[in-house]
Design a protein around this ligand. Sequence first.
Ligand SMILES: [Zn+2]
Length: 88
Amino acid sequence: MGAMIDGGAEVRILCEERCGSTDLDVAALAARVGRDYSLIGRRCRCRITPGCAGWNHFYYLHGVFRPLWSDADLARWSSQRLAAMHRQ
Ligand SMILES: [Zn+2]
């Protein structure tokens, strides 16, 4: 993430439930979790809308938005989601 800050990258958070989007304060997050932290392949519970059950994904804005995850991450997340549904 240090390279992102040095490059002046913007990271946008999008909710998979489409409740909204917000810009991530990369410098503030790095101050908290360290510059070696990577957002690649990460997601978190929705922080955009209180009470929203969606997951937030990160986009890296560098000319264009690039998804910060791989097909493998997507497959892992969707299988987790299926497993969660089956447990209900
Ligand atoms: Zn949401």
